[in-house]
Design a protein around this ligand. Structure first.
Ligand code: NAD
Length: 497
């Protein structure tokens, strides 16, 4: 069955069991039929393919880039507050269709309906945050550079921005790029992950129906090596905003070297959590559980390593293990499910392999360690919330990014050892510390090598604060006013008398 882009029929995808074919691109404010091979979209809860999306070719990417180019002149010449006003109205229109988007996101991504609602609400919040900032943009002026000479700094949009997005949070990670890019006057071509194209296509359609002009935001679906590479190498794309794995981020950075394309990279993480002996242990255990198992552990900012002081370790391990065993694993669309499946069979295999290879080297399995024993879930990509205690520090769960619901916990002697272990990673995305000692908390913030440190707080990202990794976790910032710097070029202007 082939369906067009009309609202009612596409939304049926969220409910029907039929397998549909989608044209795979949204260009110039309308559905565009991609020329590439179809990509199957699978429901992670049962392993069933329910849609085929035509993949994009280099020619499809070019069509989208040209659409964005055509739209750029008019969009960038609007008053910044007008751009904000248009984006705000469009975001409001998306919000009115949340009940349609939530099941669609759950069906293609696997997350629970509750988590889909949280994600989509956050995606809209981020758009609205930048709508608000569009009224607050201010410049700089420097008087008396020399007698009678003054200076100021101009900021100009870059042009066409390519946004390459992964499958774990298809809409929030898109909004993080779209909002600052559009408010500053750029136009955008987005490429969602090959396995989560549907919500993004519908999101784009709704923004357009809500008043975003044709060509300002375009989507081309397809595989990374084909569509993603075509976008990163297109000579008319001035910047790539990428979120994904570190190895692909390295490739993108190399591709962007040609023509000195601007690039921001939000990459992998292996976030450490330090629990000191004076912490609120119950709160810390809750934060660890939430931080590791939320979205089935598939978050860049998930808590991926816990270091706990020896004297309180047994209590903390027991509390986290009890929570892991209590979590209700089930289909994302089933009532009461607290954790859905992993996104793909390959993702489950990778996580299971990391746990198995770690346990073969040492450590104690305290919870999980395999798929649930429930015949009703056998077709999906489920894996139990897992806890491994004191594995060797060179085991895969310590050195690799574990992108699934498996948490290693280590005992440490003291604060210095905790910091040393936390920093013994090539990643530097997020981190957290739990202590009632202000001096220790401030030292942790000072000494941990990461772009975010939460102190006695769960790992939530705020639109108000800049976000971006250190070391192999990325380059550049999203969120905060700082994001504007990455979607504009600046020019210093000197005015004589
Ligand atoms: P991935 O790198 O495989 O894919 C991300 C995107 O890049 C997808 O759209 C994919 O199609 C595209 N892509 C793949 N190969 C490409 C290529 N050769 N050229 C151009 N594009 C290509 O990542 P993933 O497995 O989809 O996502 C999980 C990873 O993303 C994890 O490492 C996670 O930590 C990271 N992540 C980081 C953040 C952050 O903000 N730092 C947020 C979420 C996820």
């Amino acid at each position: 069955m082939s369906i067009g882009g009309n609202v009612a029929r596409r939304s049926e995808l969220a409910r029907t069991g039929g397998r549909n074919t989608i044209s795979g691109a949204f260009v110039d404010g309308a559905e565009h039929r991609n020329a590439g091979d179809p990509l199957p979209v699978t429901n992670p809860a049962d392993g069933q393919v329910f849609a085929d999306v035509a993949g994009g070719t280099a020619a499809d990417v070019d069509a989208a880039v040209q659409s964005a180019r055509r739209a750029f002149a008019e969009w960038s010449s609007l008053a910044v507050s007008k751009r904000g006003e248009i984006l705000g109205a469009a975001a409001h229109h998306v919000e009115q269709h949340l009940d349609e988007l939530i099941p669609l996101l759950t069906r293609e991504q696997g997350k629970t309906l509750r988590d889909s609602r949280i994600e989509l609400t956050k995606a809209i919040d981020t758009l609205m945050h930048y709508v608000g900032l569009s009224k607050a943009l201010r410049g700089t002026h420097t008087p008396n550079l020399d007698p009678g000479v003054e200076g100021y700094v101009l900021r100009r949009p870059l042009g066409v921005v390519g946004a390459i997005v992964p499958w774990n949070f298809p809409t929030t990670l898109l909004s993080n790029k779209l909002a600052p890019a559009l408010v500053t006057g750029n136009t955008v071509v987005a490429k969602p992950a090959g396995t989560t194209p549907l919500t993004t296509l519908r999101f784009a359609e709704l923004l357009h129906d809500g008043g975003l002009p044709a060509g300002v935001f375009n989507v081309v679906t397809g595989s990374g090596p084909t569509t993603g590479t075509a976008l990163a190498t297109h000579p008319d794309v001035r910047k790539i905003a990428f979120t994904g794995s570190t190895p692909v981020g390295e490739q993108i950075m190399a591709l962007c070297a040609r023509g000195i394309k601007r690039v921001t990279l939000e990459l992998g993480g292996s976030d450490p959590m330090i629990i000191c002996d004076d912490a609120d242990l119950a709160a810390a255990a809750s934060a660890a559980s939430m931080g590791r198992y939320y979205n089935c552990g598939q978050a860049c900012l998930a808590i991926k390593r816990v270091y706990v002081f020896e004297s309180v370790a047994d209590e903390v391990v027991e509390a986290i293990t009890a929570k892991a065993k209590r979590l209700k694993v089930g289909r994302g669309d089933a009532e009461g499910s607290q954790m859905g499946p992993l996104h793909t069979a390959a993702q489950r295999e990778e996580v299971a392999g990391q746990v198995d290879r770690t346990l073969a080297m040492g450590g104690r399995l305290a919870a999980g360690g395999g798929p649930p024993d429930d015949a009703g879930l056998a077709g999906g990509f489920f894996y139990l919330p897992t806890v491994v205690v004191d594995p060797p520090h060179d085991a895969p769960m310590a050195t690799e990014e574990v992108f699934g619901p498996a948490l290693p916990i280590w005992r440490v002697r003291d604060f210095d050892e905790a910091i040393e272990r936390a920093n013994a990673s090539r990643f530097g995305l997020g981190s957290s510390v739990w202590t009632r000692d202000l001096r220790r908390a401030r030292q942790a913030a000072e000494r941990i090598e990461a772009g975010y440190t939460w102190i006695n707080s769960r790992t939530k990202v705020y639109d108000e604060l800049p976000f971006g990794g250190w070391k192999s976790s990325g380059y550049g910032k999203e969120h905060g006013e700082e994001a504007f710097d990455y979607y504009t070029d600046s020019k210093s202007v000197v005015v004589g008398s």
